[in-house]
Write a protein of this length. Structure first.
Length: 425
């Protein structure tokens, strides 16, 4: 079900430089949708939704009555889980709130930095047959904590025209102002450029299908985005203290996302590999998404026997996975060895599923190796940083000769004169 790789085979198969751009055919479709919505607004939007979904709601927004009714449709046990998760997410992310600061560089010279929230943000949540209230909480709560004036959510509903009630309740728990019944590339276009009934926003965050990813790539620059998400992935580093049943369960949990999900096991124990393979067969056979799990494990996954844990961490740092589990003795000792990973899960009793739903750290994370240079969603994603300066006349006179030297060398004489006119007056 899952193939063994030598270290060199793994490097060749999974660490080769690869083109990370969105598929060209998908880009063309998304670009056409964006062009139509940008040009013809509401008219084009309704035509596209009718063609793709077979249904256009009378109004895009979820009504107050629908929002109220949703609370009666969510089971109490799920509501309790959502409330506890929301509390954990809120408590974790509120610690990220930055403080504006002023620095006294000298008695005559001040510098500082202002942190200001974005004005309007759209949260994209996959919908249709998918139901991800956890994504609502993970994306909206940090935005609200950052102080975004208007957080709106959008999610496709399909021909039923009905949004899953758990998504609505999660939006209420998170503080979402308005909820829209629209998805796909057309939603990205609408919230980027605005229509007669849908407001343009400053930033769009949240995962989606390949057309959503393509649309986000195309509109970036006209609107902010969080990232272009690829297939989900997990890497597990395990030594002989690991429980093969736990290792297999976590590999399977990642594989069930879709057939493109990527799962990796790095271990210095041959017995762990043997027993994990047995557990993979036994556990996956009884799950409803067995076909998806089998496809993912056989196509996009690898087990690598390493000479040491140091070698395992070296490979993982080159891979830069979305999720990294460290199932070894004394896992905290190894945390410092991690250079590139979206989120890290330490020990035998910290499955990645905790991070997906409940623990507090965000589950919107960099994929496809982008953890080398980017980070998971946080309060920072919803804030702008503005620097400022104050110079007295005395301070300017002291700095002027140095500024002028730079300006003259770069042949930007007007810059030099802007300083000179002040110090010579």
């Amino acid at each position: 079900m899952i193939a063994d790789y030598t270290v060199q085979e793994f490097k060749t198969a999974f660490l080769r430089p690869s083109k990370r751009s969105v598929d060209e055919d998908v880009l063309r479709v998304a670009a056409d949708i964006i062009r139509k919505v940008r040009t013809d607004g509401e008219k084009a939007l309704r035509e596209i939704v009718r063609e793709l979904d077979g249904f256009v709601p009378e109004q895009w927004t979820v009504s107050d009555a629908e929002r109220k009714a949703a609370w009666d449709k969510v089971p109490e046990v799920l509501l309790e889980a959502m409330e506890k998760a929301a509390d954990n997410i809120r408590r974790f992310h509120e610690k990220q709130l930055p403080t504006s600061r002023i620095m006294t560089m000298s008695e005559e010279h001040l510098a500082g930095q202002l942190f200001r929230p974005l004005e309007r943000v759209a949260i994209y949540v996959p919908g249709g047959t998918a139901k991800y209230p956890s994504t609502v909480l993970m994306t909206a709560i940090p935005a609200v904590l950052a102080g975004v004036r208007e957080v709106v959510m959008t999610s496709p509903v399909g021909i039923s025209g009905v949004m899953d009630p758990a998504l609505i309740v999660a939006a209420d728990l998170a503080g979402v102002k308005s909820i829209y019944k629209i998805g796909g590339a057309q939603a990205i276009a609408a919230f980027t450029y605005g229509t007669e009934t849908i407001p343009s926003v400053d930033k769009i965050v949240g995962p989606g299908n390949r057309y959503v990813a393509a649309a986000k790539a195309l509109v970036y620059g006209d609107v902010g985005i969080d990232m272009i998400a690829g297939p989900s992935e997990v890497a597990i580093i395990a030594d002989d203290s690991a429980n093969p049943a736990y290792v297999a369960a976590d590999l399977i949990a990642q594989a069930e996302h879709d057939g493109d999900a990527r799962t990796f096991l790095f271990t210095d124990s041959a017995s762990i590999i043997l027993e994990t393979k047995k557990e993979l067969e036994k556990q996956s056979a009884r799950l409803p998404r067995y076909d998806i799990i089998k496809r993912s494990l056989s196509r996009r996954s690898a087990i690598v026997l390493v000479a040491s844990l140091n070698e395992a961490f070296s490979l993982v740092n080159d891979l830069a996975p979305e999720h990294l589990e460290i199932q070894v003795k004394d896992p905290l000792r190894w945390l410092g060895a991690v250079k590139n990973a979206g989120s890290v899960f330490l020990g035998h009793f910290t499955p990645e599923a905790l991070g997906d739903y409940f623990a507090g750290p965000n589950h919107v994370l960099p994929t496809s190796g982008t953890a080398r240079f980017s980070s998971g969603l946080s309060v920072d994603d919803f804030m702008k940083k503005t620097t400022y300066l104050f110079y007295s006349e005395k301070a300017l006179r002291e700095a002027a000769p140095y500024v002028e030297r730079f300006a003259r060398y770069e042949q930007l004489d007007a810059h030099a004169e802007a300083v000179k006119v002040r110090v010579e007056s």
